[in-house]
Design a protein around this ligand. Structure first.
Ligand code: PXP
Length: 248
């Protein structure tokens, strides 16, 4: 099981202080140092979300990490022509297409691949031609999984937010939805990733979701990093991932 570490919050903290002072010398914290610490802790890839409003990651952050850090780069981005051009120039290893709503705090729902399949297919084709593997960040719904396969995406990332934020019976139902979606995605030949809201305590349950190849985790790792350092927080998550028996 691979671990992609999302370091958007490092840029969020930097922008909280320096957004109004773009020419300041050595704005802290450094996204590049964070990516290096994630690498030191055993991250398998680095994830950055360059949002349309550039509220946290800036274009140069993505370019610097791409140039400097010897790990696969996973660029999360909205499905727009401007972001397509940015990705084609950056040439990340992976692009994860996500929905973006300007007022949301974080990515709230999955991408509607089913409803916008022609446009998604064009994006997948262009990115694939550019040498980037594409993933669709989708809710665990049959129509979205099937549409992702139909548009030629080789991977999906199942949105675990509703699972992570539910309790009791609803929580078990959300887990069942993830299990079903992962089975369907695998049967359709898709590589299956999962992410959003995942914490250490979820791992034993998530191990019941079959065919997962990678987890994408940000918030909890960066939160732990404030207390124990980023490399240690990544190490801690990697150890916990190794400690559970994943369903294949
Ligand atoms: N995957 C995607 C597509 C996301 O948008 C995010 C949040 O930026 C994550 C994973 C990571 O979620 P979290 O920060 O809650 O771990």
């Amino acid at each position: 099981m691979k671990l992609g570490v999302n370091i958007d919050h490092v840029a969020t903290l930097r922008q909280a202080r320096y957004a109004g002072a773009p020419t300041a010398a050595e704005p802290e914290p450094s996204v590049l140092c964070a990516a290096q610490a994630a690498l030191d802790g055993g991250a398998d890839s680095i994830t950055l979300h360059v949002r349309e409003d550039r509220r946290h990651m800036q274009d140069e952050d993505a370019r610097e990490v791409r140039r400097t850090i010897p790990l696969p780069l996973n660029l999360e981005m909205g499905a727009t022509p401007a972001m397509l051009e940015f990705a084609l120039a950056l040439r990340p290893d992976y692009v994860c297409l996500v929905p973006e709503r300007r007022l949301e705090v974080t990515t709230e729902g999955g991408l509607d691949v089913h409803g916008r399949s022609q446009m998604m297919k064009e994006l997948v084709d262009r990115l694939t031609e550019g040498g980037t593997r594409v993933s669709m960040f989708i809710d665990p719904e049959d129509a979205q999984v099937e549409a992702s396969a139909a548009v030629g995406s080789p991977m999906v990332e199942l949105h675990t937010g509703r699972y992570a934020n539910s309790a009791g019976e609803a929580h078990e139902q959300e887990l069942q939805r993830l299990i079903h979606a992962a089975e369907l995605a695998h049967a359709l030949g898709l590589e299956v990733h999962a992410g959003h809201g995942i914490r250490l305590s979820h791992l034993p349950e998530l191990a019941r979701v079959p065919h997962l190849a990678e987890l994408n985790i940000g918030h909890t790792i960066i939160s732990r990093a404030l207390l124990i350092g980023l490399a240690n927080a990544v190490r801690e998550m990697k150890r916990a991932i190794r400690a559970v028996q994943w369903t294949t």
